[in-house]
Ligand binder design. Structure first.
Ligand SMILES: *[C@@H]1O[C@H](CO)[C@@H](O)[C@H](O)[C@H]1NC(C)=O
Ligand SMILES: *[C@@H]1O[C@H](CO)[C@@H](O)[C@H](O)[C@H]1NC(C)=O
Ligand SMILES: *[C@@H]1O[C@H](CO)[C@@H](O)[C@H](O)[C@H]1NC(C)=O
Ligand SMILES: *[C@@H]1O[C@H](CO)[C@@H](O)[C@H](O)[C@H]1NC(C)=O
Ligand SMILES: *[C@@H]1O[C@H](CO)[C@@H](O)[C@H](O)[C@H]1NC(C)=O
Ligand SMILES: *[C@@H]1O[C@H](CO)[C@@H](O)[C@H](O)[C@H]1NC(C)=O
Ligand SMILES: [Cu+2]
Length: 647
């Protein structure tokens, strides 16, 4: 079956290249998936054999074709009619009401969030991304897909592809190879914060889910999508202002693109909240996508309900976490309840939050009858999954990621054997002073995080230098001068660190098929900040995380402690693609390097990543890489020699 799918994939790519001689044509429009409307997504009826949003059954793999149009758009356009005064109008086609604050955005198919892709495991996803933005380029990353053997579809500009220039279309085609709740987003600059993101759900036949006994329904409409929302274009926070509205914190959150915000005089806007409909006495699987990517972690709770987490990559309270929670509607009181998302850390005191509504069938309440969940009334008394700072050993009311047990089989060798590669990644901030930063040609990018703080972000002393041509397709077009120098261990290093950081292209090379250990160590001075690290192309196992005395915080000592079993290791370490490293602490992850290509590895706080907290992991050598589709667009510098003639 898998083989068959691969053939189809290659066939399509050939067609794209116009090399169709003697090959079967696939008429993509036959597989075109219509955009679903924002609420009441339904599975397609069984007789609709081309619809991908369906009840998954064994041995039924489909081609799912989507068209994404990316363009400059706005909240409360004329498409919204009289939405400000009449809520019904806010549901008009192409109306983006957000939280009722009028601003410019970047939309995909004039939706916020963009279209939800919901398919079954084993399907092929094809997305034509048409860039109709004015003077901006992008690449779209399918967060959670491993892109096994399809590295050019990973969507990272200058790593795996050229950015898609304005007015052109790039065709992504890849296998739906990772079951679960994922999302897609622009991987260019900070665009995702302006609206270029949406959910990506890969279901499996219910009988294949080991946790299926915990829920009655897993409906397309029960995707809860949480995103940060700035009231200015996100680009205005890079590097950020020094006096007015300082820092990179989000202004508010949106839940499924909806919500309200509180005006300065205390009144709230009247745009609609997202309403999730349920029936009493039933158990629902809610798929929570936390696309939050600014510094503060968000926490979610539902008034009067207990949540049971049945799947996790990241967990409901983590930034950039993608997960499924189950809501027990054991409550028999038919009513409506507040769903609350609240920023933690320093966002807590700023009262950064958003609400949605859980509405029971038969409830007359559109808005819950209970008081609005204010900051004053907000307390968490329940059991917390993945608390901040991830120190769980001594707590009875919390569980940490490294204490979770995987239900997917974990290869025992991955945590019992000595890894082939043991790579240390430290990361942090360097505070620079005005006389350094604003010195000609000194630093490339910085962030203004407070009036008196200008910071550069680094990994292993290196601020990431974006290649000038994609590594995967045009490695040699990059000037040698931008690459970092190698240390004695063969890995990129910065000889002048910590006095001076380096600005260069850092590529960490691991051999194909080896077992790799990354030891992540947080050296950022910011207490309480948990940087979420995302590795493309791989789902890794979380072996351990926590705190150690400073002199032991290095890859060699931590590996030694692991060997001597002085650090606790889960007997079934869970799989993740993003992990929040405890503030000032460490995390150990392991994986088998079985997916050849160039994979980005970076802090998922989008501003940190933009300011240099990133690196590239190269798995295997070019001869191991999958075949490239022909005629991929090329890009790079144009610097021909110039002959000067005065005649
Ligand atoms: C599929 O079945 C539904 C009812 O389940 C019916 O309304 C619809 O017309 C059918 N569609 C086709 C293409 O047969
Ligand atoms: C699916 O295909 C496999 C392999 O061809 C076969 O063993 C299995 O019985 C099939 N399952 C169903 C439900 O048809
Ligand atoms: C608050 O400000 C908004 C916008 O200026 C205005 O429409 C609203 O009437 C004000 N509310 C009160 C209570 O003053
Ligand atoms: C660093 O080592 C890699 C091999 O791992 C090599 O390809 C690269 O050229 C080296 N870089 C420099 C600047 O020597
Ligand atoms: C996390 O740790 C920092 C200091 O390391 C502390 O200031 C903060 O209160 C802690 N947060 C929680 C929720 O324990
Ligand atoms: C990349 O390198 C090739 C081979 O040296 C050269 O022909 C091509 O013009 C270069 N392209 C760019 C964009 O620099
Ligand atoms: Cu970070």
């Amino acid at each position: 079956m898998v083989m068959l799918l691969k053939c189809i994939l290659i066939l399509i790519v050939h067609i794209k290249c116009g090399n169709t001689k003697g090959e079967e044509h696939v008429e993509l429009m036959e597989y075109f998936q219509k955009d679903v409307v924002d609420s009441n997504y339904q599975f397609a009826p069984n007789n609709d054999t081309t619809a991908c949003m369906r009840d998954c059954v064994a041995n039924d793999s489909r081609i799912c074709y989507y068209q994404f149009q990316v363009e400059n758009y706005a909240v409360l356009t004329q498409a919204c009619g009289n939405c400000v005064n009449n809520e019904e109008d806010c549901n008009l086609p192409q109306c983006v009401s957000a939280d009722g604050f009028e601003k410019g955005i970047i939309s995909v198919n004039r939706k916020l969030p963009g279209p939800s892709i919901q398919v079954c495991y084993g399907d092929i996803i094809i997305v034509d991304v048409k860039n109709d933005m004015l003077g901006r380029s992008l690449g779209i990353h399918w967060h959670g897909m491993t892109q096994k053997n399809t590295n050019p579809m990973d969507g990272v500009p200058y790593i795996t592809q050229c950015p898609i220039p304005s007015s052109t279309t790039y065709r992504y085609a890849f296998n739906a190879d990772t079951i679960g709740t994922h999302y897609w987003h622009s991987h260019s600059g900070v665009q995702k914060l302006n609206g270029v993101q949406g959910s990506l759900i890969i279901r499996q036949p219910k009988e294949d889910d080991p946790n299926s006994k915990f829920y009655d329904f897993d409906l397309p409409e029960h995707v809860l999508f949480i995103q940060d929302w700035h009231h200015a274009e996100a680009e205005t926070r890079t590097p950020g202002l020094i006096r007015r509205d300082v820092s990179q914190d989000t202004t508010f959150y949106l839940i499924n693109g909806k919500g309200r915000y509180t005006l300065e005089n205390g009144t709230r806007t009247t745009t609609p909240y997202k309403i999730f409909n349920v029936a009493p006495g039933k158990r629902y699987r809610f798929r929570v996508v936390s696309a939050v990517c600014t510094q503060c972690p968000a926490r979610i709770n539902i008034e009067g309900h207990k949540l049971l987490v049945v799947a996790a990559d990241g967990v409901p309270i983590q930034p950039v976490s993608v997960d499924s929670i189950e809501i027990y509607s054991a409550k028999n009181e038919v009513s409506s309840y507040w769903i609350q998302v609240r920023g933690m850390h320093h966002c807590f005191m700023k009262d950064i939050c958003q609400m949605a509504v859980l509405k029971y069938e038969g409830s007359q309440w559109k808005e819950p009858p209970t008081p609005f969940p204010s900051l004053e009334r907000f307390t968490f008394t329940g059991f917390i999954l993945n608390p901040q700072n991830a120190s769980c050993g001594d707590r009875t009311n919390a569980i940490c990621v490294d204490q979770l047990m995987s239900k997917r089989k974990v290869d025992k060798e991955i945590y019992t054997q000595e890894p082939d590669h043991n790579i240390e990644f430290t990361f942090g901030f360097k505070i620079v002073y005005a006389n350094e930063e604003f010195h000609k040609g000194k630093f490339n990018r910085f962030l203004q995080t407070a009036p008196d703080r200008t910071v550069i972000l680094w990994m292993n002393g290196i601020q990431f230098h974006t290649p000038t041509s994609p590594l995967l397709t045009q490695y040699k077009n990059n000037s040698k001068s931008i690459f970092c120098v190698n240390g004695t261990d063969g890995n990129p290093t910065c000889p002048t660190f910590p006095e001076n950081i380096c600005h260069c292209l850092s590529i960490f090379h691991v051999r194909l098929g080896t077992t790799v250990q990354f030891v992540l160590i947080d050296k950022s001075s910011e207490k309480g900040l948990n940087h979420p690290f995302h590795l493309h192309g791989i789902t890794y196992n979380v072996l351990s995380m926590g705190y150690l005395p400073k002199h032991l915080l290095n890859a060699r000592d931590i590996n030694e402690l692991l060997k001597r079993k002085k650090i606790p290791v889960s007997s079934a370490p869970i799989y993740k693609d993003t992990l929040a490293v405890p503030s000032g602490g460490f995390a150990v992850i392991r994986f088998v390097a079985d997916n050849p290509g160039y994979w980005f590895f970076h802090c998922h706080f989008v501003f940190h990543h933009a300011a240099g907290m990133a690196a590239v992991v190269q798995i295997g050598d070019p001869e191991d890489f999958p075949p490239m589709p022909k005629n991929l667009p090329k890009c790079g510098n144009f610097l021909p020699p110039v002959k000067v003639s005065f005649s």
